[in-house]
Design a protein around this ligand. Structure first.
Ligand code: PLP
Length: 399
């Protein structure tokens, strides 16, 4: 698959390949969400947040605290659960700034959603204490950290419930986990997926792999089958590509349709089957490659130049001064970069909160296991070129 500039397109998500089955099953000393005492699989991370809220059996309209720096899929489940959202600010470590929560708000809040951003889990000791003192349930959002330790506890073990997203760490189109280290999980009533969804899910796994040249040996057969299928679907695909000229309807964009479904068997089977060792080591290694490139750059700096020894990163977060231009250019080159620039419409500006500036300035450079050192280098070099173009005085360009 090629990008608009003719270069090979890089995958934004993990891919199934023969190498996905290689390596150690677990790495000693690296805990994971799988270690929680109670857990159940869901269709996504957003479904897990929704189902965590249902487990709490809150009165309709109860207040849930959510960070100002968020992906809309963290807010949509609260609203769909019939609850109200109140926002808190975050500090430079990504931890909640508890001082931004007014006493009156805290007194009414029944739950709090706290994320370990970018796969850099932090101790939630202070947050846990704050929640306990106010009888607020803590939902620990581990969408970015399936693996690792959050200070004194393994990831997921601080929350009354922990939620995770499988598609960020495993080669599955969707999937999530609702877990708890301390509370039983009342089995949610989930409706089974139909055969069509099951087939589509496996097709998506294989097609993504083949599109990016994986599964050598059988890829060419599959590629031919997918080419015929796509020719038939071309008109539908063209409509779907019409991404966003209209203003986004947040709830629609969050695609919450399947949150009360059972996860497809791709999530169940591949989560059980695939070893963790390679996922962990490749991510750490890719993070280190980014860190070398961005050690000292004008116009940008890494939020966390080094990943903690016990972290397993999701992305390399890079603060960029001229973020709008750099991000648009990286996206037009189809490089594996995200930015959380779509925040929920009523998100407030709070004194001392870094959330709004992160939404604009922090680029999330993906470091998943199916990006090679060369892929990461290409992304880093393209970013550096854009950053230095910014510094070139006007009129001295090549064009
Ligand atoms: C921090 C965080 N929480 C929750 C979610 C929702 O996860 P999923 O995409 O699996 O629904 C995301 C998705 O990007 C996320 O980044």
């Amino acid at each position: 698959m090629t990008a608009r500039d003719g270069t090979r397109q890089l995958p934004r998500t993990p891919l199934l390949d023969w190498s996905s089955f290689a390596g150690p099953r677990r790495l000693a000393g690296v805990p994971s969400i799988d270690d929680m005492a109670a857990s159940c699989l869901t269709t996504s991370g957003r479904a897990a947040i929704y189902l965590a809220l249902l487990q709490l059996r809150l009165d309709p309209g109860s207040l849930v605290l959510v960070p100002t720096y968020h992906c809309p899929t963290m807010v949509a489940p609260v609203i769909l659960a019939g609850l109200r959202v109140a926002y808190f600010g975050i500090g430079a470590t990504g931890l909640p700034q508890l001082g931004t929560i007014a006493d009156a708000t805290a007194a009414h809040a029944k739950a709090m959603l706290v994320s370990h951003y970018f796969g850099h889990p932090r101790s939630l000791a202070e947050v846990r204490q704050w929640c306990d003192a106010r009888q607020i349930a803590l939902i620990e959002d581990c969408a970015h950290c399936y693996f690792g330790s959050a200070g004194e506890r393994p990831v997921g073990a601080w929350g009354d419930f922990a939620t995770a997203s499988l598609s960020k760490f495993f080669p599955v189109p969707e999937g999530g986990v609702l877990a708890s280290a301390s509370r039983p999980i009342v089995a949610p009533k989930l409706t089974p997926q139909g055969l069509r969804v099951e087939l589509k899910s496996w097709t998506d796994v294989l097609e993504s792999a083949v599109t990016y040249g994986r599964l050598a040996g059988v890829g060419w057969v599959l590629a031919r089958i997918f080419a015929i299928k796509n020719r038939i679907n071309r008109s539908r695909a063209a409509a779907a590509q019409d991404e966003s000229t209209a203003p986004p309807n947040m709830m629609l964009a969050c695609d919450m349709g399947r949150i009360t479904r059972r996860p497809a068997s791709t999530a169940v089977v591949l989560k059980r089957l695939l070893p963790h060792g390679r996922i962990i080591t490749r991510r750490r290694s890719n993070y280190a490659v980014y860190a070398q490139y961005f050690r000292q750059v004008d116009g940008a700096y890494p939020l966390y130049p080094e990943a903690a020894a016990d972290a397993v990163p999701y992305v390399f977060p890079l603060w960029v001064d001229d973020a709008d231009r750099v991000y648009q250019n990286l996206r037009s080159l189809a490089l594996p970069v995200f930015r959380w620039d779509r925040i929920w419409p009523d998100t407030p500006l709070l004194a001392g909160d870094v959330g709004p500036s992160w939404s604009r300035h922090v680029l999330q450079l993906l470091c998943h296991q199916d990006l090679s050192d060369a892929d990461v280098t290409r992304t880093a070099v393209a970013t550096l070129a854009l950053l230095s173009a910014e510094r070139r005085p006007t009129g001295s360009g090549t064009g």
